[in-house]
Design a protein around this ligand. Structure first.
Ligand SMILES: Nc1ncnc2c1ncn2[C@@H]1O[C@H](COP(=O)(O)OP(=O)(O)OP(=O)(O)O)[C@@H](O)[C@H]1O
Ligand SMILES: [Mg+2]
Length: 346
C-alpha cells in the first residue's frame, strides 16, 4: 500500500515536457491546470446515484464486466459529481485495459472512520471508500511510485494523465487515492472521499439533467498528437466520450462507421490546418455529405482565419481558437450540441 505526493515531481516533469515536446507555453499551463482538476463544485450526493451509470458507461462495448459490492446505508459524500465520475471512469478504464482477455472488475464501496492517530494520511473523520479491483497484469514494483506522475504510461497510446488527474481531483476533495498491486495478480485503486453531514440533494429530474447531456460522443480530428491528447482529456474530463483521429481520412471513416452503427457523434472538433492531408474545410464538407445533421466545430491556431470569425458562413456550427481552455471547450460543446452557435472568446 502506498500513498504518493507527486506534486513537485509533477511540476518538474511538466517543465521538462515543455522543453521537449510542448512548443506552446500556454499548453503547459493548461495541462497544469487540468492536472489539478480545477476547483470542485461540491454537492452532497449519494454514491449510488451516479456510480453504476459511470461504470456501465466506462465498460460499455468492452469484454469486461463488473460486480458491485455496496452495503446499504453508505454515507453521502461532499463531491463534485462530474469530477468524481471522471476519476471512477479513469480507474475503470485502466482496470479494463489491464485485463485484455476480459474478466470481471470488483467495485466496492464502504464507510470508513479514520481515527486519531490516523493509519492513513487523512484527517480524522468519516469517509466513504470506493475501490476498483481487477485481476489484470498488475504493476511492477518499480512503477508503483510513478503511476500518478504526469505522462507516466506503459501503454503505447496512453497519455499518462489519467491517474494524475485522479490524484489531483481526489486531493482537491480532501480525500486520498491509494494503490495496491501484485504483478500478474491484479490491482486495487481506492479513493477516500469525506462523508458529508448534509442532506442528500434530492434525486430527481433536475439532477439527472445536470449529468445526462454530458455523456455524448465527440470526435476530435487533429494532426497534432499533443493537441489530440489534451483535447481528448478535456473532453473526457467534462464527461463526454472522445474518439481521436489523426487526419481527415481517418476522421471521416470513424464518423461514417459510427453513423452506420446507429451511434453517431454528438459533435466533431475539426482542425482547420492539417498540412499534408485533407484540409479542414474539405473534411467538413465530406462529413456533411454523409450526415447533414453533423455538428462541426472549427478549431484553429490562427484566430485571424476568416472561418473562425464567420464560421456559420463556412458551414460550421462553432469555433474554438487554439489553445483553448477546458471551460471554453465545455461552453462551445454544450451550446453546439444544444443547437445554438457559439464562438470561443480568445
Ligand atoms: N489497473 C491497472 N493495472 C495495471 N497497471 C495500471 C493500472 N492502472 C494504471 N496502471 C499503470 O499506470 C500507468 C498510468 O496510468 P494512467 O491512467 O495515468 O495513464 P494511462 O492509462 O497509461 O494513459 P491514459 O489514461 O491516457 O489512457 C499505466 O500506463 C499503467 O502502467
Ligand atoms: Mg488511464
Amino acid at each position: 500500500r502506498m500513498e504518493m505526493g507527486p506534486e513537485e515531481r509533477a511540476v518538474d516533469r511538466l517543465r521538462d515536457a515543455e522543453k521537449a515536446a510542448l512548443r506552446a507555453k500556454h499548453l503547459t499551463q493548461q495541462l497544469l491546470t487540468f492536472a489539478r482538476g480545477g476547483i470542485p463544485v461540491k454537492i452532497t450526493a449519494s454514491v449510488d446515484d451516479f456510480l453504476t451509470e459511470v461504470v456501465d458507461f466506462a465498460l460499455s462495448g468492452s469484454n469486461v464486466t463488473y460486480k458491485l459490492v455496496m452495503p446499504d446505508k453508505i454515507w453521502p459524500v461532499a463531491a463534485d459529481i462530474g469530477q468524481i465520475s471522471q476519476v471512477i471512469d479513469n480507474l475503470i478504464i485502466n482496470a479494463a485495459q489491464a485485463m485484455p482477455e476480459g474478466g470481471a472488475i470488483t467495485v466496492a464501496v464502504e464507510n470508513v472512520t479514520v481515527g486519531d492517530p490516523a493509519p492513513l494520511p487523512l484527517k480524522k473523520g468519516k469517509y466513504v471508500k470506493l475501490s476498483v479491483s481487477d485481476h489484470g497484469i498488475g504493476i511492477k514494483e518499480e512503477h508503483l511510485a510513478k503511476v500518478f506522475d504526469p505522462f507516466f504510461t506503459t501503454k503505447q497510446k496512453g497519455s499518462g494523465l489519467g491517474l494524475t488527474s485522479a490524484y489531483s481531483i481526489v486531493k482537491n476533495h480532501d480525500g486520498l487515492i491509494t494503490v495496491d498491486s501484485q504483478l500478474h495478480q491484479g490491482t486495487t485503486f481506492s479513493i477516500y472521499l469525506p462523508a458529508s453531514p448534509g442532506p442528500v440533494r434530492k434525486k430527481g429530474k433536475s439532477r439527472k439533467r445536470e449529468f445526462t447531456p454530458r455523456t455524448g460522443k465527440i470526435l476530435i480530428i487533429d494532426d497534432e498528437e499533443v493537441v489530440r491528447d489534451v483535447a481528448g482529456r478535456y473532453v473526457r474530463h467534462i464527461g463526454y466520450r472522445p474518439d481521436l483521429a489523426d487526419g481527415g481520412k481517418r476522421g471521416i471513416a470513424l464518423y461514417e462507421t459510427a453513423l452506420k452503427k446507429g451511434c453517431p457523434y454528438d459533435a466533431v472538433i475539426l482542425d482547420l490546418t492539417m498540412p499534408g492531408g485533407m484540409g479542414g474545410k474539405e473534411v467538413a464538407k465530406k462529413i456533411r455529405a454523409i450526415d447533414r445533421q453533423a455538428k462541426i466545430i472549427a478549431s484553429s491556431g490562427y484566430s485571424t482565419d476568416p472561418i473562425m470569425s464567420k464560421f456559420k458562413k463556412f458551414g460550421f456550427d462553432g469555433a474554438l481558437a487554439k489553445p483553448y481552455r477546458i471551460s471554453e471547450l465545455s461552453e462551445v460543446l454544450e451550446t453546439v450540441i444544444g443547437g445554438k452557435a457559439v464562438i470561443s472568446k480568445q
